[in-house]
Design a protein around this ligand. Structure first.
Ligand code: NAP
Length: 270
């Protein structure tokens, strides 16, 4: 499994197991156990996913040492008001049964409170309770505003990204500023799994279209986050490191960038 280096030298596995929409305790713990057995070492959680406690418990029950794992959580919109950030983070650590996370993100660029929340994240980072800090759903405009105000550059910006939503300007800006991009919803809710161009490329490598969509993120140079509660699909999604999309495939896939979003669009947030 390849790794990328964050701007403070922390190494991040390029594939992460997402935990959104995985609240049922047994289903969630099973999926985490299958993911660990498959080889995933990076887990992407959030306060609002309501399953940090399941992640903590599943890890404790596994034989995988904490030091081998890369754990992310995110401060929810509701907890981004200055005084709530640190107490809510302590609560997350308690649920995770950990004394640090590898990456702590602000989940949304909430206009009224994102600056004060970032100051709290800087404090958590300085205390060593988060090995890296970053943001999610930030546009270039939001990142430029941060750059003018703060010393600590976000290590990561986690955004919706897929073959159908390539966001080249955002990727270019982040690259220039040393911010690693993480792609969420890389399968675009399944809408492109029967696309003929992706099908043709999948056939060439004897892979599924889902695997091509995930591998595209790897070859695009971003971290890919993928979620499944199904044992076979958990394995399928991890089995993307024995092939590489060549330049002609990447060019064909570039033509599928239609700006298609399954989620909300942060462009309209001041
Ligand atoms: N920061 C944010 O605002 C934000 C927003 C959204 C997501 N995220 C993060 O990003 C992670 C990934 O996003 P996502 O959950 O939307 O992921 P995704 O991997 O794009 O899609 C997951 C969906 O696709 C299905 N699926 C998974 N593998 C498949 C395959 N090989 N073939 C066909 N269908 C497949 C899953 O169903 P089954 O479970 O039945 O397999 C599930 O319904 C989230 O879990 C979360 O950690 C962050």
């Amino acid at each position: 499994m390849p790794h990328l280096l964050l701007n403070n030298g922390v190494s991040i596995p390029q594939i992460g197991f997402g935990l959104w929409r995985n609240t049922d305790e047994q289903e969630c713990k099973n999926s985490i156990k299958w993911a660990l057995t498959t080889g995933y070492r990076h887990f992407d959680d959030a306060q609002v996913y309501d399953n940090e406690q399941h992640l903590g418990a599943a890890i404790k029950e596994s034989a995988v040492p904490r030091s081998d794992l890369f754990i992310t959580t995110k401060i929810s919109r509701a907890n981004m008001w200055g005084t709530e950030v640190i107490p809510s983070f302590r609560e997350s650590l308690k649920k995770l049964q950990m004394d640090y996370v590898d990456l702590l993100l602000l989940h949304f660029p909430v206009t009224e409170c994102r600056d004060m929340s970032w100051r709290r994240l800087e404090e958590i980072y300085k205390a060593g309770e988060a090995k890296a800090i970053g943001v999610s759903n930030y546009t270039v405009k939001h990142l430029q505003q941060m750059k003018a105000k703060f010393k600590v550059t976000p290590a990561v910006n986690q955004v919706e990204m897929s073959i159908a939503l390539q966001q080249p300007e955002l990727v270019e800006y982040c690259r220039k500023e040393g911010i690693i991009v993480e792609a969420y919803t890389p399968l675009a809710e399944g809408v492109f799994l029967k696309n003929p161009i992706i099908e043709q490329i999948a056939k060439k490598y004897d892979k599924t279209t889902a695997q091509v969509m995930l591998r595209w993120c790897i070859d695009y140079g971003v971290v890919v986050l993928t979620k499944s509660s199904n044992k076979e699909r958990i394995k399928e999604n991890f089995d993307i490191f024995d092939f590489k999309l060549d330049n002609s495939d990447m060019s064909k896939l570039r033509t599928l960038d239609s700006g298609f979003r399954t989620n909300w669009d942060p462009t309209y947030i001041a």
